[in-house]
Design a protein around this ligand. Structure first.
Ligand code: SAM
Length: 228
């Protein structure tokens, strides 16, 4: 009963993964991974009591307690330095994901891969990753039940600093922009129509927010270029 979205996330974990899933909710992802791979192990982190209990129940029901440790706490605070080699953070906004990564920086020394699925504002996550030597190796944009989801896979490169992306690449994702898949075009066409309406409304306001309007107009220009 795992979603296609989480199934795709799971594909980017290596064999014998040793990972944490932050904001794990029902621990669907770690359970799926550990049932498929008997050498995988995981920490399922949850900040809220309800989802934490759901995760505990699910792990107990599937008898995976020896390999999935369910922990309650904020972001990467539930992980000790050196404990995991991959980090998954899915189903939250990009701002929250970046905050969790920033606050957990001291837990990332041993982390070779970070897989995120920001619901919105993926550009903040990309920016955080590039600033901290995690570089995108794969990106996917999928549609499920009428929603569009972006999945970002970034690997640490300790030795080679890569160059910063352009603002446009941070916005669309460098790999997604290169591929321009069907779901990518559908998503951004919807966003373009919405932005055009919003800019019209903003301009009609009593005190228009000039900076915000300029930012949106820049994005509209990119969108028109990309969709042309
Ligand atoms: N990761 C799952 C997925 O992708 O289907 C669940 C996503 S759910 C929408 C977001 C979960 O993140 C909620 O269960 C919430 O309690 C948890 N969460 C939010 N902020 C958190 C934080 N700072 N640390 C840990 N968990 C958090």
């Amino acid at each position: 009963n795992i979603s296609n979205r989480l199934r795709i996330v799971s594909k980017y974990l290596p064999k014998e993964a040793n990972f944490c899933d932050i904001g794990s909710d029902h621990a669907h992802l770690p359970c799926f991974v550990c049932l498929k791979d008997e050498n995988a192990k995981a920490i399922a982190g949850e900040i809220n009591e309800g989802p934490y209990q759901s995760a505990l129940n699910q792990v107990t029901k599937l008898n995976l307690q020896s390999r999935i440790d369910v922990r309650k706490g904020n972001g990467l605070a539930v992980v000790s330095p050196g404990e995991v080699n991959q980090v998954v953070i899915a189903g939250m906004g990009g701002t929250l994901i970046s905050t969790i990564l920033a606050e957990g920086l001291d837990k990332l020394d041993s982390v070779e891969r970070i897989i995120t699925q920001p619901n919105i504002n993926a550009r903040y996550v990309r920016k955080w990753l590039y600033k901290h030597n995690y570089y995108l190796v794969e990106e996917q944009l999928i549609e499920e039940d009428g929603y569009h989801y972006e999945i970002l896979v970034a690997d640490k490169n300790r030795h080679q600093q890569q160059k910063e992306l352009t603002e446009k690449e941070y916005y669309f994702g460098p790999i997604l922009l290169e591929n321009k898949s069907g779901p990518f075009l559908t998503k951004w066409d919807l966003v373009l129509q919405k932005k055009i309406r919003i800019v019209q409304q903003m301009k009609a306001a009593a005190e228009p927010d000039k900076d915000k309007i300029a930012e949106f107009e820049q994005q509209i220009e990119w969108l028109e270029e990309v969709l042309r």
